[in-house]
Ligand binder design. Structure first.
Ligand code: ATP
Ligand code: MG
Length: 202
């Protein structure tokens, strides 16, 4: 299964960003970009790729431990940028050092659980807003549009393990794009396991 760990913005922060993105979507060329849905908005901490299900218990245990070691920290969605001509993203402010440390731990946890991790690039927190399908759209106006955005601050209190369902060609997705597998509170001793129809506590 395809997995990554992430920080998820709360509803209020998502609502504010959605209002900002609605403006970006009126810019010329916006309809030629592939926009992410607000239900999918996240800051990736570490990307794991395909993980053998056998490794999942160990991965979860180590992520729980990692979460426990990091205190909650403040964060806001702010500013933005682009990756070359491919991706427009919104940035993060407020707790970047803490977020970087959490990301390092989220990578190390997987490595220790036996997940083959590719070499990590320096951590750059970003929330992907749009992708350039055709490479034909100039992304600079979109970056200019998001640069001044500064959302409400919240306290990041959870490390979330997310499963990604890649879209199957020509088949409309039946399930959500991303699915929360488990979430662990930061700085706490006990984690919670989340699964549909499963127990809420463990
Ligand atoms: P799609 O691949 O369909 O365009 P996606 O990139 O959101 O959508 P995934 O490829 O499953 O879906 O990626 C899940 C998350 O992990 C995304 O935030 C993505 O940016 C990030 N991610 C994917 N591959 C890597 C990678 N090699 N290194 C770091 N982060 C990655
Ligand atoms: Mg991808």
């Amino acid at each position: 299964m395809r997995l990554f760990s992430a920080v998820l913005p709360p509803e209020g922060a998502v609502r504010e960003l959605a209002a900002e993105v609605a403006g970006l979507r009126t810019l010329p060329g916006a309809d030629r970009l592939r926009w992410t849905g607000r239900a999918d908005w996240h800051f990736t901490l570490a990307f794991y790729g395909e993980v053998h299900p056998e490794l999942l218990p160990e991965l979860c245990e180590r992520l729980a431990r990692a979460a426990r070691r990091h205190p909650p920290y403040p964060l806001r969605i702010a500013g933005g940028g682009r990756f070359a001509d491919r991706v427009v993203w919104a940035g993060a402010e407020g707790g970047r050092p803490a977020m970087g440390r959490l990301a390092d731990s989220a990578s190390a946890a997987a490595r220790r659980a036996g997940v083959p991790m590719k070499e990590q690039r320096p951590y750059a927190p970003h929330l992907t807003l749009a992708r350039n399908r055709t490479a034909g759209v100039d992304l600079r106006p979109f970056v200019a549009g998001i640069e001044g955005f500064r959302g409400q601050e919240w306290t990041v209190g959870e490390l979330v393990l997310v499963r990604s369902h890649l879209p199957v060609d020509g088949v409309a997705g039946q399930r959500p794009r991303y699915e929360t597998v488990a979430a662990w509170p930061l700085g706490n001793r006990d984690g919670r396991l989340r699964s549909k129809g499963g127990p809420q506590d463990s």
